[in-house]
Design a protein around this ligand. Structure first.
Ligand code: SAH
Length: 207
């Protein structure tokens, strides 16, 4: 773990609260047993349904760029393993997270319970729609890629709020984009280039 934190520091992560949050979430619990030995490596790893748990550097960079405060209400789209949500839960007041796959949502919930994390609420649904009953949010993080920011999510962001989302026409041309919402409109700032699985449309269809 110390080695990973040193590597994140070397890669430019400077926020001690973010590093402490990463250090306090046992990533081993979020990967399958087959990858347990690699849980503290700075690499993305496969989870179920062809999805991936993001690379720790990407989790750290997104968390740092989001500038989360202890009183904030945060929405995540794309629960996946639940790792990014667990990291954020240490920095905000309440985290809401949406996932399309029931099985992923359920196993993320079991992990949160096992880690005694009580400020995360999960839901199964289509992240393109956001979570109207809980809106507006101080921060929104999307952990799957789209071509443009979903309108409903932009609507559900508070004025003065910030969203981070991987945007790109193709898988090879994605970058993490920060979107700040002010009284006078939106500003978009591209940051790192990344590779995320796509933000899909609609609910999972069952056979
Ligand atoms: N944040 C995760 C990694 C996310 S991988 C982690 O820390 O492990 C992207 C996730 O987004 C996948 O689990 C995928 O099923 C989910 N996803 C894709 N499109 C979605 C949508 N429209 N609504 C909700 N979840 C979606």
């Amino acid at each position: 773990m110390q080695r990973l934190l040193a590597e994140l520091r070397q890669s430019g992560i400077t926020d001690d609260n973010v590093l402490a949050a990463i250090g306090s979430v046992d990533r081993e619990r979020f990967v399958s047993a087959a990858f347990a030995e690699r849980a503290w490596e700075n690499t993305a790893l496969p989870i179920s349904f062809g999805q991936t748990i993001s690379q720790p550097l990407v989790v750290a960079a997104m968390t740092e760029a989001l500038r989360v405060g202890p009183r904030m209400k945060v929405l995540e789209v794309g629960t996946g393993s639940g790792y990014q949500a667990a990291v954020l839960s240490h920095l905000c007041r309440r985290l809401y997270t949406i996932e399309r796959y029931r099985e992923l949502q359920k196993s993320a919930e079991r992990r949160f319970a096992a880690l005694n994390i009580t400020n995360i609420t999960t839901i199964i649904g289509d992240g393109w729609l956001g979570w109207p009953p809980q809106a507006p949010f101080d921060r929104i993080i999307v952990t799957a890629a789209a071509q443009a920011a979903p309108e409903k999510l932009v609507e559900q962001l508070k004025i003065g709020g910030r969203m981070i989302i991987p945007l790109g026409e193709t898988r090879d041309s994605q970058s993490l984009v920060l979107i700040d919402k002010t009284e006078s409109g939106l500003t978009e700032t591209p940051t790192l280039s990344v590779r995320f699985v796509p933000l899909l449309h609609g609910r999972v269809k069952r056979p």
